[in-house]
Design a protein around this ligand. Structure first.
Ligand SMILES: [Zn+2]
Length: 256
């Protein structure tokens, strides 16, 4: 079955599809620099392709993607667009509120922009659950791939690194520029990691400053990690694992 994009439906088709599956997916990403080898829309493309994979199997409706996130630190390179995080929380609240008005009760937000967007999504989800009585979950690829990422031997979560790059290489090969790949592995920061697999003591995440980003800009045009280790086959396995997880989340919601 084809993915059920809301913007392609008539209002009657929307009603029918909502009755059939009862779950709405909202893909959320960013428009921000992803090194020299990946497009600015990478995070949104990732959220979008996962949503499509799960919608094909479950019939879940996919709301139009939110292409913007909180990307203040990536403003160091051109093309990046950042929105104030409270705008993201409010926008999500209004999108969920509108669809809840039309009878939707279960929402899955896919976060393609990793840890940066999470706090604001949590605020929106809590508020919608409390005031609208809907069920809302946040599906974050980094948290939903801890097992498979270790099994595939991927290095730590960075930016435009081998995990994201392998996924893009599999899902959007036409947007992947292998000849422009540059690696930069930053020195580990003491008592800090943004990787959900990290086992040690860590401070909580706060986005970098533009100044912090300069080194990765100078050395690798904005990449942080080793995209030269990207692999299409691994990207496929990673993608399929995440779609499987998403399908389970949707099925669980349908069963209540
Ligand atoms: Zn990204």
């Amino acid at each position: 079955m084809l993915p059920k994009w809301l913007q392609r439906m008539t209002w009657e088709e929307f009603e029918l599809n909502l009755q059939r599956c009862g779950v709405v997916i909202i893909p959320v990403g960013s428009t921000e620099q992803h090194g020299a080898h990946l497009p600015l829309g990478t995070d949104t493309f990732i959220a979008k392709v996962l949503a499509e994979g799960a919608s094909e199997r479950t019939g879940a409706i996919i709301a139009p993607p939110i292409w913007y996130g909180w990307s203040a630190h990536h403003m160091v390179l051109p093309g990046t667009v950042t929105i104030r995080p409270e705008i993201l929380a409010e926008l999500l609240f209004d999108v969920i509120g509108s669809l809840a008005h039309h009878g939707a009760k279960n929402f899955v937000i896919i976060n393609g922009h990793r840890i940066v967007n999470i706090g604001w999504m949590q605020i929106a989800c809590e508020k919608t659950q409390r005031t609208l009585g809907v069920k809302t979950v946040i599906f974050d690829p980094a948290y939903m791939s801890k097992e498979i990422v270790s099994k595939l031997g991927f290095g730590p979560v960075g930016h435009a690194e081998e995990i994201e790059s392998s996924h893009m290489l599999h899902s959007y090969p036409e947007l992947y520029h292998a000849e422009r790949v540059l690696d930069y592995v930053p020195e580990p920061k003491p008592l800090f990691s943004a990787d959900p697999r990290f086992q040690g003591d860590t401070l909580c995440y706060v986005p970098s400053t533009m100044e912090d980003m300069r080194k990765s800009v100078e050395v690798a045009k904005g990449t942080s990690g080793s995209p030269s280790r990207s692999c299409r086959e691994k990207g496929k396995e990673y993608h399929e694992h995440l779609v499987e997880r998403l399908v389970t989340v949707i099925n669980n919601m349908q069963e209540g």
